[in-house]
Design a protein around this ligand. Sequence first.
Ligand SMILES: [Zn+2]
Length: 185
Amino acid sequence: MYKAPIAELPKSVDPIRLAEQNRTLEGVVPLKGLARFREAVPGLQDGSECHVKLSFYQDSERRRVVSGELSAPVTLECQRCMTDMHTTLESRFDLGLVINDEQAQRLPKALEPFLFEDFSADLWAMVEDELLLVLPPFPLHERDECPAKEDLEALEPSKAASEPEVKKREDNPFSVLAGLKTTKH
Ligand SMILES: [Zn+2]
């Protein structure tokens, strides 16, 4: 079945109007279009994009809120083996739309402030901020998937260091069962 490509998320919107209309926007943001993100993730692949869904509404206190979720498949460099690591950056967030610091201070803890000016909010900057928040500062493959796993094991202290843990297991009536399970191949 043909699946229509999802349109780009608009860059600039009037968030007040969207909140009053209870609108939900869904779209993609090309990652190469985000300068700060591009700098943080060198070697970004052409065509990689972030899928975003943003719901604008007013809460019971008539605060303008945007609840969003995003997901972006990216290739980072594993800092252990220095090869490609495929991962998906994901985030869910609730932002209070504010026009100044005073409004930001009054927001409840559950809402992070998002500042906008002149009836215009930069949604791409919003997405970029959230992506940078979930970007791992020190990306590492899952241990078993890392090509440098063997080097890592060679560096680790020998079995002697883990002996106390083995003793503890002997006191456990289930340790016999656990032993059977692990010795069976
Ligand atoms: Zn690795």
